[in-house]
Design a protein around this ligand. Structure first.
Ligand SMILES: NC(=O)c1ccc[n+]([C@@H]2O[C@H](COP(=O)([O-])OP(=O)(O)OC[C@H]3O[C@@H](n4cnc5c(N)ncnc54)[C@H](O)[C@@H]3O)[C@@H](O)[C@H]2O)c1
Length: 417
């Protein structure tokens, strides 16, 4: 028993060491496993952050590229004159996104004025004034002038009204409202802010005239209940309202009686003689003439009209003034001229005459010459060629972005077309 004690104690001691050894070994294994896991996760994290870096680098590159593209395509504007605050006017153009209005806007903008266009886009298009959108002197308001408008302006060119027969006959009541209520609204605005108003009236106030050429003192020959009456009578009452506001409220008014006008930016479905003939010839379709084609028209190029409107607005003459080109042709002659210029094979087809279609139309422009020192300058063939070029481009256009600028009127001033 006494002998066995030390052996037992030794065994116990060696068992304790074993246990301690085993425990140490266990700790070591745990540390090793932990370390290897930690180093694996560190590796994964480093790999992850390298990958992330690459993704970020790629994204940065893409952003740089996009910034470059945006900077390269930065919108530029035709160069405008600078007018100091005394000469710079705030000008409202109603119907400014239409055919005539957009050319007028170009002229006023280039002169350095602040221009606000108001349009309901019935026949006008944003594209006609796209080249000014964003310019500090330009504002485009989508607004129907049948509703009142409250803005601060010095001059109002009141052009808003459908002008071609298919458009003004499409909704005759709206045509009457635009020319009556719309004109009242513009005259009311002019009275409130003491602005001068120019009304874009028309040779249609003479109806189917009994005198030739038509001078401003002729009262006209209009059928008040015919299909054209919504427009003809609408403009006649618009003129009446202008002079009532002048007499009763002291509003300064100008009335331009515009004769047939043509040029780039005419609506493709305009339905007026020049656009119809050009489009029919360009597409080798039959040229349609309503009636025998012996009725006459005198066509002016749009830049002449715009010069006349600006001269009238800024002159001192407040009675109605004819603005048109007295160069008179029969409709059949026009068809032949356009056919020849385009070199088209289109045949001429006669259709039944339109109701109340005026048989003769030629302005007497002595008043314009005498009081506003204006007469047309653009040769008809030159104008028709420019208009043909415009319609040809429109027919072949396949992108939205192409600008709707029309040199040479202001080609020398366009910084980046
Ligand atoms: N082009 C011509 O041969 C001619 C001849 C005589 C008179 N005019 C007159 O000149 C003006 C302009 O004619 P255009 O040939 O440029 O026609 P257009 O149809 O191209 O332009 C008229 C513009 O007025 C806008 N408009 C119509 N009703 C409106 C409303 N209620 N509110 C706001 N905007 C409205 C249209 O969207 C369009 O932009 C018209 O008043 C027209 O009667 C033109």
């Amino acid at each position: 028993m006494v002998k066995a004690m030390p052996i037992a104690l030794r065994l116990c001691a060696s068992n304790g060491r074993m246990q301690i050894m085993m425990a140490l070994l266990g700790v070591l294994v745990i540390i090793l496993v932990g370390y290897s896991r930690l180093s694996n996760s560190l590796d994964t994290r480093m790999q992850y952050s390298v990958n992330n870096d690459n993704i970020l680098q790629n994204e940065l590159k893409q952003l740089h590229k996009r910034i470059q593209i945006l900077e390269d395509g930065k919108k530029t504007y035709p160069e405008v004159d600078f007018l100091n605050y005394k000469d710079r006017k705030r000008i409202l153009v109603t119907g400014g996104a239409g055919f005539v209005g957009s050319h007028l806007v170009d002229k006023l903008m280039l002169q350095g004025h602040e221009v606000t266009v108001v349009d309901n886009f019935f026949t006008g298009r944003k594209r006609n004034v796209e080249h000014w959108i964003g310019h500090e002197n330009f504002e485009l308001l989508h607004h129907d002038i049948v509703n009142p408008l409250f803005i601060e302006v010095d001059q109002i060119y009141h052009l808003a009204s459908p002008a071609s027969p298919p458009f003004y006959m499409y909704n005759p009541i709206k045509t009457i409202k635009t020319n009556s209520i719309g004109t009242i609204n513009m005259l009311g605005l002019a009275r409130r802010v003491r602005a001068r108003v120019l009304l874009a009236s028309t040779s249609e106030v003479y109806g189917d005239p009994e005198i030739h050429p038509q001078h401003e003192e002729y009262w006209g020959h209009v059928n008040p209940i015919g299909p054209r009456a919504c427009y003809d009578e609408g403009k006649r009452v618009a003129e009446t309202m202008c002079y009532a506001y002048q007499k009763q409220e002291g509003v300064e008014v100008r009335v331009a009686r515009i004769f047939n006008t043509f040029g780039p930016r005419m609506h493709m479905n305009d339905g007026r003689v020049v656009s119809n003939f050009i489009l029919q010839c360009l597409q080798n379709e039959p040229i349609t003439i309503y009636g025998e084609g012996k009725q006459t028209r005198s066509f002016q190029y749009v830049s002449d009209l715009v010069d006349g409107l600006v001269a009238l607005m800024n002159g001192n003459f407040s009675l109605p003034v004819n603005i048109g080109n007295p160069d008179e042709h029969t409709i059949i002659e026009f068809a032949q001229i356009i056919k020849k210029l385009i070199g088209s094979d289109s045949e001429i087809v006669n259709k039944p005459a339109m109701t109340d279609d005026p048989q003769k139309r030629k302005p007497d422009i002595s008043r314009a010459k005498k009081y506003i020192n204006w007469q047309p300058k653009v040769d008809m063939l030159l104008g028709i060629n420019k208009t043909i070029e415009y319609f040809r481009n429109e027919l072949h256009r396949s992108k939205h972005s192409e600008r709707n600028l029309h040199p040479p009127e202001y080609v020398h001033r366009v910084a980046h077309p």
